[in-house]
Design a protein around this ligand. Sequence first.
Ligand SMILES: Cc1cc2nc3c(=O)[nH]c(=O)nc-3n(C[C@H](O)[C@H](O)[C@H](O)COP(=O)(O)OP(=O)(O)OC[C@H]3O[C@@H](n4cnc5c(N)ncnc54)[C@H](O)[C@@H]3O)c2cc1C
Length: 554
Amino acid sequence: MLRLTELKLPLDHPPAALRAAILQRLQLTDDALAGFSIFKRSHDARKKHALLLVYTVDLEVRNEAALLQKFRNDRHLTPAPDMAYRFAGHAQEPLVERPIVVGFGPCGIFAALVLAQMGFKPIVLERGKAVRERTHDTWGLWRKHVLNPESNVQFGEGGAGTFSDGKLYSQIKDPRYLGRKVLTEFVKAGAPEEILYVSKPHIGTFRLVGMVEAMRHEIEALGGEIRFEQRVTDVLIEDGADGTKRIVGVVLASGEILKSRHAVLALGHSARDTFEMLHARGVTMEAKPFSIGVRIEHPQSLIDKARLGPNAGNPLLGAADYKLVHHARNGRAVYSFCMCPGGTVVAATSEPGCVVTNGMSQYSRNERNANAGIVVGITPEDFPGDGPLAGIELQRELEARAFELGGGNYDAPGQLVGDFLEGRPSTRLGSVEPSYKPGVHLTDLATALPDYAIEAIREALPAFDQQIKGFAMKDAVLTGVETRTSSPVRITRGDDFQSANVKGLYPAGEGAGYAGGILSAGVDGIKVAEAVARDMLGLQAAESGARSGPGCDY
Ligand SMILES: Cc1cc2nc3c(=O)[nH]c(=O)nc-3n(C[C@H](O)[C@H](O)[C@H](O)COP(=O)(O)OP(=O)(O)OC[C@H]3O[C@@H](n4cnc5c(N)ncnc54)[C@H](O)[C@@H]3O)c2cc1C
């Protein structure tokens, strides 16, 4: 297989033009090209006129060696890399032990799937409900102001990413193409095939629901077991003769004990009670940086016009996105986070008496507004106290304040950008209707965040307007608060992917501080499944698991 890069075609080219362009570029006759597949398709959004699609294609040609020789000085034609996924090993029957996976978000799903594919028949424990029942509960908050603390946007089958935009990209280094394994499994589970090659793939909420169910069925078909409404409330740790600690089981809220010497903790960033329990049990963890801010909403048409110019509205390009960064004079970095083109702002709390915003969209991305978090990076020095859990304390404080500012009924506090910049409370909406449900309570957001964050965001919005004309339009709406951007803690791992001080415990994914989005959480789940398998099979570790993961990277 050969790979050809930088093949450029006009935006509106007919499908057959791609094959013709390959033949022409490589001076091949039609019968010499046995087949091809698109590996990547992107476009340069900065070139608003005469926009080109840029393809990377993998080719099956009759005489590879001769073609490579002919184009030996052409860096755009190379042998295609081997991206096939290879399992770390396979379980021997009968199984001595079944590994436990706590949490069934992207990290837990991929940990369980790969363990199941290797024959280890994992037992998955998920505190929330199966995805369809969970959808019902989530709508309870959005429509009726009723929060179910165990079944919501953060907790339940599919994890935090289920009600999302389903953006599937990450900045992680991925030399083993594990991201490809994640995307391929998603396609098998019903995602559109284009996620394998478009430069910024997304799935949208509606499709994610069906995909998550399909992946659950595959794990079960391979002998795995998935139990919903099973919250892990304790871990059983034994002291070994040599002074090492080892997990030997977990305790469920029902009091049931499940024994295993291998447990993956794929908890997500909102499992505050579980973090507290692990801290009380002496599991090593530390406070880590995350970001806080607000969510902004503009008309999607404004973003499309600014980003795509005359190509705005082209179905191949879809609704336009953006990624913005501003370094404020007070030393804070302000950046856009989880931008959702044509989407809605969602109520994303998992704790009573708190308001948290986030964003989601459907695959079509055809809602009237664009939204994104506008967030400020903070570090443990900004936290109100010391200790590993101090970031959680700050999140809780800000979320409770937002609840109060929003009127105490899960409405989000909101303010127009014009009023926010002028420092006065908003009293009525302008041309932009906010999408947050159950509702938006107009107020002054100045006290919703620490002063340094408000100051930095006030400076950033006009700076962003220089890049996207209209970004600081006075009618754009801010809602808050955005606090669940990534985990406030890291559950420290050693090189073998196991907890720094408890053997057999595998902290994984976003909650443990080793991922920052759906794709990176899935990749971490695969790595941890491999580490569990190696340990159970007595094999050497193949790579280090101690490196910390990305913050929010989508
Ligand atoms: C509204 C929203 C939109 C998002 N949009 C995107 C996006 O477009 N692209 C992107 O890449 N990322 C997005 N994210 C972030 C993404 O969802 C997370 O990064 C990802 O889900 C992290 O995966 P995870 O498996 O590590 O944790 P999670 O998905 O949080 O899953 C953890 C699971 O563990 C369970 N759990 C916790 N404690 C226990 C316990 N004690 N016992 C049993 N079960 C427990 C929880 O119920 C949960 O289901 C979004 C998040 C939200 C909330």
